[in-house]
Ligand binder design. Structure first.
Ligand SMILES: [Zn+2]
Length: 78
């Protein structure tokens, strides 16, 4: 039995990493976060919008903004 898991690792890794730049969402701001594509990453962006820009978006709105940027979110949506 061969373990081929290592062959898939770079591919999976690239799918899992998402970089979000605040400037892409309409703010004059150089904040960016990069990390595993999951709901926690979106929560960090949402918290940044609230803390720095004083705008409280529901998490669903943040998800929609990122979908609108062309990101596929099947791994974020439960
Ligand atoms: Zn910002």
């Amino acid at each position: 039995m061969f373990n081929l898991g290592f062959l898939y690792t770079p591919y999976v890794f690239s799918l899992m990493i998402l970089k979000l730049r605040c400037a892409e969402y309409g703010f004059e701001c150089d904040f960016s976060i990069e990390g595993e594509k999951n709901i926690e990453l979106l929560e960090k962006l949402r918290a940044h919008f609230e803390e720095v820009h004083g705008i409280e978006y529901p998490i669903d709105a943040v998800i929609q903004m990122i979908v609108n940027r062309g990101h596929s979110l099947e791994s974020i949506k439960k």
